[in-house]
Design a protein. Structure first.
Length: 279
């Protein structure tokens, strides 16, 4: 009997699954995004440019993107250190610290913003110590940076931690036995393996910080031209019934987010190729 030419699929119903996936993606993601671009396109280039590049909006771009970049860089450094400690060392309360890393994920953003404001206000536990030193955190761009560091740290830790857990320490020991110092072993053996994951965590933390709203508006103070973030500008325009202006600002952020997603996907593919997991 001739062998059947019909291919065997482990998961049946591929056509139905694909159709449901595309339909769900269209209804939840693609159609709303297309509506945003359509609404912004109805403005005309001149009005779109005026709405997206007004002085207050440009100031919010500088704060949102600049603070997000700095916060992601800080998280890349301290997230790597925290992941290293959690993987390589044993100490009392390790499980508790490991669980606390996910606190920004579980905590509602508004609650996180109120808690940070209470801590870093002039009469707060941390703010009362920093205020005599001339360091004001709450209701300043520095407060925005603190909030973005808080919400972005888990992305780096949880991206780097699995790679560290899978990394065999025998390679480091072999490098040390051949005369390399601990720093040289880390620099030439460990870090090249961690670097793609670290970049991915950096990009994820950056993307999350750019669009963050709830945990930032309380500690930012929302002072015009000083501590207004871009998501707040969108909400403000919506409250003023300036839907076209809000969509113009949203389109700028969406385009930037698309670029970030493209970079993240490229980094993930690069990581998979380096680790031999590419499909």
């Amino acid at each position: 009997m001739a062998a059947s030419s019909t291919s065997f699929r482990v998961l049946p119903g591929f056509g139905l699954s694909l159709g449901y996936t595309l339909g769900y993606l269209s209804l939840i993601v693609l159609i709303p995004l297309a509506a945003v671009f359509f609404k912004a396109g109805s403005l005309g280039f001149e009005h779109f440019w005026d709405a997206a590049t007004s002085p207050r909006v440009l100031a919010s771009y500088r704060l949102s993107f600049g603070a997000s970049l700095i916060a992601a860089a800080i998280n890349a450094v301290f997230g790597l250190l925290l992941a290293w400690v959690l993987v390589r060392y044993s100490f009392p309360g390790k499980r508790l610290v490991d669980a606390l890393v996910d606190l920004p994920f579980a905590l509602p953003t508004a609650v996180a913003g109120i808690a940070l404001t209470a801590l870093y206000a002039k009469n707060g536990w941390v703010g009362s110590v920093l205020e005599p030193l001339g360091i004001k955190v709450a209701f300043t761009p520095l407060g925005v940076l603190v909030a973005l560091v808080f919400i972005g740290l888990p992305f780096v830790v949880r991206t780097v931690q699995p790679i560290l857990e899978d990394l065999d320490t025998e390679y480091e020991e072999a490098a040390v036995s051949l005369g390399a110092s601990r720093w040289q072993a880390f620099q030439h053996v460990v870090f090249p393996t961690l670097f793609p994951a670290l970049l991915t965590g950096f990009a994820l933390a950056f993307a999350r910080a750019v669009g963050e709203y709830g945990s930032v508006i309380f500690i930012a103070g929302n002072i015009p031209m000083v501590s207004e973030i871009t998501p707040l500008m969108i909400i403000t325009k919506l409250e003023q019934y300036d839907y076209a202006g809000a969509t113009a600002v949203a389109v700028v952020m969406l385009i930037f987010s698309f670029i970030l997603l493209l970079i993240i996907n490229g980094l993930q593919a690069w990581t998979a190729k380096r680790t031999g997991r590419a499909r």
